[in-house]
Ligand binder design. Sequence first.
Ligand code: B12
Ligand code: SF4
Length: 484
Amino acid sequence: MIAPGSRALSVKFILPALKEATDPYWRPIKYSLFPPLGLATLAACLSPDDHAVIVDEHVEPLTLDDTPDIVIIQVYITNAYRSYRIADHYRSRGCFVCLGGLHVTSLPEESAAHADAIFLGPGEQTFPQFLADFRAGTPQRVYASTLDRTLERIPPIRRDLIRRPLYLVPNSIVVTRGCPQHCDFCYKDAFFQGGRSFYTQRVDDALAEIDRLPGSHLYFLDDHLLGDRRFAEALFSGMKGMNRVFQGAATVDSVLRGDLIERAADAGLRSIFVGFETLAPANLRSSNKRQNLGRDYRAVTDRLHSLGIMINGSFVFGMDDDGPDVFRRTVDWAIDNGITTATFHIQTPYPGTRLHARMVREGRIVTGDWNLYDTRHVVYRPAQLKPEALKAGYDWAYREFYRWSSIARASLHHGTLKHQAKHFFYASGWRKFEPVWDLMIRARQLAHVTPLLEGVLSRVTGVKYQEPAARPAPLLPILNEPNL
Ligand code: B12
Ligand code: SF4
């Protein structure tokens, strides 16, 4: 191993690609969407003299014949095996290898066998500590993020290390960490164990970060952009006049509560990822998705449509209350309610989650092959469905939702021609023109798509948000529902 000291370090940050790069489900466009923000966040902790490079194997080749002082690898469950092979390779070349991320936090012992140091939880506090230890010649084997988690006073993310032309959405951004909810199937509680599990940047820092991003389009990758009302209100108020259009994610209840969603729309929110997950209350109860219980999903879609916000609905198949009719019911509901794009998942018990612990207790996990934990394969025994029926129903749901006739039917849900056209082009562009996307990616022409995307995300309603005192009447009766 190279002896550490006070000299400048060479550090290679790697996001390994998954095995599915070679399988029929591989969709280059999905993996050319967002740059590796987590790694760019860590790179900001280096000294100005250090030399850093970020390689995202989803969009560029990874060369393995170098010998940096430190190799940092981000491990998701579906790239875990590839991550370990790369880690073993660099360790055999004498490099110091650090593994971190969601999968390492879930299964530290498995990962530790391939690393000189492992990192559990978010890295904003542990990585600088490691760098100091490494320079002092005393790196530890395990760094666990627990107390004093914060996004305050962290240096600006190293966007200069991101090769923007390789991504459709180079302006992705995260201004919070975690989520205030506790769904049993979610990675969140395990990853943030032992400390705060939902916290935000300072609003000024978030606005400064937005200001540094060129163009007008932004994609917030936060788990729940509306999770902290005060933060979100201040953020949206600061964004007014910045001439941005943006996309983000939030929960069903947060869309219905108060007037945050109007403020978001007014600041430029044009499309939102919403975790509907299931239409069955029993499933919501058994997965502790309490924030969705008793909520009127239709009111959510109506409210978002009235504000001209497109909806990417997330739905999970194979929960214990799901029978053979779940696929047709869910797809029909999504189309009938004008959902713009849908993300379907086969329920996947991630190690570290309460769902996984329950499935293990009940003896229902059928494979520990992490490559299959991609929400497209059945890795457990469903309660009511045969595994083949679950897989077939999932495939059917995607085909059915994205048929031309279904896209047209869902588009017609909207009142104006402009709104209908926007729905139609966005939904079909995302799913129906894959060969064109592939060509653009290969020709490194993704930057030319951004203006198109910004055009599609332009405002379709004339509704402008007004502060409550200036507002003559509620925009929709539902907004003033007292118990929401
Ligand atoms: C953007 C995103 C994607 C992008 C990935 C883009 C990219 N280049 O990273 C795309 C669309 C490709 C994607 C695909 C998938 N995703 Co995804 N994705 C996300 C999302 C929404 C945001 C990631 C992000 O940028 N976070 C913000 C940054 C700042 O945090 P971070 O990346 O975690 O990095 C921090 C720490 O992890 C840590 N860290 C990470 N690595 C290391 C290494 C070291 C050494 C150290 C010190 C620290 C450290 O420090 C960083 C700063 O705190 C997350 C949800 C989430 N909120 O994280 C899901 C998420 C990561 N995805 C998930 C899944 C399941 C998938 C898919 C399998 C889903 C599917 N059916 O397609 C695929 C496969 C992905 C793969 N590569 O294997 C799950 C992962 C579950 C798990 N246990 O692994 C998540 C958590 C969503 C969820 N709620 O379930 N995804
Ligand atoms: S609301 Fe979403 S991000 Fe939050 S705990 Fe539930 S699944 Fe996870």
